[in-house]
Write a protein that binds this ligand. Structure first.
Ligand code: AMP
Length: 425
């Protein structure tokens, strides 16, 4: 090998890519069922935006951004998350007028300079949604329902839903002063990084993975006890809504989500089986009511979530994955015998393709066995164009699943009808 794959990246070929495409198609279907439409932002983004939106005291901004310098010395970043770019794009394009609400989804590459391990890459895909310009707690509930539907549709059952409220600017300030006091009194047990966090952003201590910090965090004041009336009402309404829809959840005061832009509701879908190892968060999200105004737009309270596509795929039960791998990607494989039949078969494939019938033909051999073996598992039907059949102006249509076959008139419309009936049967 002359060149190796870049650390923390992967390529997607063969069966894996079939699963990947299937997962994306399914996600798109679920997003549209829930009323989300597609939004896309560029991969190169302004670095200052993330500093402002995510916060300078976060791992993403401090250590994980891939920074690119242009010839003129200007710095850009390969986007490390999608919420800020999406809100920036909405503001820039003036997409939302007045009180209008918009629901956008994305499936996009994301870049973070992290130590690679199972379920953690430097270049990976996030799927996610943003519900923009709505303050209604039912939107938070809707997101959690959507997350649940996504996991259900892939047969993923081993997970739990943790929720928390981070309050708003008003109530959080009071909470932080109590938290600071508590951690300062116990600072000798904190790791070196948390000693810095204690000064800059004490809430981040709550999600430190070091055992000593975790045990101190357990006894710390809980934000829930400091929520203002509005935040408390919203959180209680959300919990009632989730209960009404029979969604199991746990209030976990340690869920802080690590990015500065979150306000009020935050939630995580956490894998509790053994598919993901240490990287167990499947989906993370919450409210970010002030992000739009932070980025220079009008006030647009919003909420959303993001999940890692690779982690989603790793969590799909093996049986479902192999079913996805088997899925046919062609409707018709055209079998020829060489000579004139190859030309006719080629023309026929082209006719079928023009009518949106997915068709393939193997020019590289005229051996029937080889062609049929290439067709099996890929195509629902094989259409055999032989010398004998040509003389009668007929073709043989073979159902590759049932292994039955029939002779039919060489009439394109009739053949398409036959294939469509067979596909739906
Ligand atoms: P975050 O933006 O950090 O809240 O991440 C949202 C989701 O993206 C996580 O729950 C993971 O499923 C996924 N994710 C985050 N970082 C990575 C990574 N380095 N590699 C793969 N997936 C990731």
């Amino acid at each position: 090998m002359l060149y190796e794959r870049v650390k923390g990246t992967y390529d997607m070929l063969g069966n894996q890519s079939v699963v990947f495409q299937n997962v994306i198609e399914n996600l798109k279907r679920i997003f549209s069922i829930y009323g989300f439409s597609y939004g896309q932002t560029s991969i190169l983004q302004p670095i200052e935006m993330f500093k402002r939106a995510i916060g300078t005291d976060t791992d993403i901004v401090n250590k994980e951004m891939f920074i690119i310098k242009s010839k003129s010395g200007k710095e850009y970043v390969l986007k490390p998350e999608e919420t800020a770019p999406m809100i920036k794009a909405v503001i820039e394009s003036n997409l939302i007028h007045g009180l209008e609400m918009r629901k956008l989804y994305y499936i996009t590459p994301i870049f973070r300079y992290e130590r690679p391990q199972k379920g953690r890459y430097r270049e990976f895909f996030q799927y996610g949604v943003e519900t923009i310009n709505s303050q209604d707690f039912r939107r938070d509930c809707e997101l959690i329902m959507l997350g649940r539907e996504i996991l259900k549709s892939f047969g993923i059952k081993n997970y739990k839903i943790d929720i928390n409220s981070l309050g708003c600017g008003k109530c959080r300030a009071e909470y932080i002063s109590h938290l600071k006091k508590y951690f300062s009194e116990n600072s000798s047990h904190l790791c070196a990084q948390c000693k810095i966090r204690l000064i800059k952003n004490p809430m981040r201590v709550l999600d430190c993975k070091e055992e000593s910090c975790k045990s101190i965090a357990k006894g710390s004041p809980k934000i829930i006890d400091y929520l203002c009336i509005e935040c408390r009402d919203d959180f209680e309404n959300l919990m009632k809504c989730l209960k009404d829809f029979k969604i199991d959840f746990t209030v976990n005061p340690m869920i802080v989500r690590g990015l500065d832009y979150y306000t009020k509701t935050v939630f995580e879908f956490i894998e509790i089986g053994d598919a993901l190892g240490k990287q167990s968060t499947l989906i993370g999200g919450g409210r970010y009511d002030t992000l739009s105004s932070e980025l220079g737009g009008k006030n647009m309270p919003s909420c959303g979530f993001a999940g890692g596509l690779e982690r989603l795929i790793l969590s799909i039960p093996k049986e479902m994955q192999s079913n996805m791998e088997k899925e046919e990607n062609i409707d018709v494989f055209i079998i020829h015998f060489g000579g004139k039949t190859t030309d006719i078969a080629f023309q026929f494939a082209e006719e079928l393709r023009k009518k949106w019938v997915r068709s393939e033909i193997l020019f590289e051999t005229d051996k029937i066995k080889k062609q049929l073996s290439a067709a099996s598992g890929r195509a629902k039907f094989a259409i055999i164009i032989g010398e004998e059949e040509m003389k009668e102006n007929k073709v043989v249509i073979k159902d590759m699943t049932k292994q039955s076959q029939e002779k039919k008139d060489f009439d394109i419309e009739e053949i398409i009808e036959y294939i469509k009936r067979g596909k739906d049967a």
